[in-house]
Ligand binder design. Sequence first.
Ligand code: DAH
Length: 338
Amino acid sequence: MSHPLEELRASAMTDIAAAADEQALEAVRVRYLGRNGSISAWSDEMRTMSKEERPIVGKLLNEARNAVTAALAESAERLRASKEAVALSNIDVSLPATPVEFGGLHPLTQMLDRAIAIFRRMGFALAEGPDVETEWYCFDALNTAPDHPARNEQDTFYLPDGRLLRTHTSTVQIRTMQSAPPPIRVIAPGSAYRRDEVDATHSAQFHQIEGLYVDDDVSVADLKGALEFFLRELFGSDTEIRFRPHYFPFTEPSFEIDVKSKALKSGEKWLEVAGCGMVHPAVFEEVNRARGDDAYDPEKYSGFAFGLGMDRLAMILFDIPDIRLFAQNDLRFLRQFA
Ligand code: DAH
């Protein structure tokens, strides 16, 4: 004759097989394995048994518990699967699908992606810096005189603690050189802020890509080559490019770059797209002072730097008439680029 535990186990199996849904299955579990379940009861019973009997019953009890637990899990999974199969069989595959709405990238993001892709091919790595900066990063380290108009409160957003919203991404030049010795070849895309009167071509927040290349033999020819390559990749190979002498405190010599292309809506007009130049020795010297070494020895190293206006490039490339459109979140505008 079989042990009562084996009989319990067999009847649990029969009940599990008969349980038609999750509730019925749970009731079976409680009946056998719950705190007052009939299999569980044998745990208490064992305490009254003799030393000889205990291991035999203990083994039977374990086996019964494991087998019933496994059968419960298997049955639960079977019930779940069949419920799902029923649910699926009720789906009418001939019904029209819910339309999937595809988003699109903002035109400035598209512009940025294109620009970054071109510079990457020239070996430029990405660098970044914070939007909230100190005067030192924004002006002093960039050889900007204490009375330079850009520092004026009318041109710059100052925070109460004296810090400011960077007026250009040139700050990242300094941060990059502080953190690593030459050679350096980086671009730094990001926002810049000025207290400009907002109109079709001015915005209090705009976007730039800063570039910096420092090595032991960098010349104006390298600067011209790199930026001409970039602009022709962007605007087309027959784009005309003009370097005009200009002044920036942090470069010497300095230039502004204009482009002209028949392929563009602007046609015969020269359009200013960038500022650039050869890194001023005073910038290297201030970086060395901050680093406490001579890593950027102006006798040994030279470099070029440039700043490109992303909003402006996007406006030229996509023929966008008003910079304010970028921030107005008007779907009629944005959908044209999706
Ligand atoms: N920071 C300048 C601006 O915002 C642009 C610029 C000019 C950046 C010359 C440069 C540079 O790195 O060499 O107008």
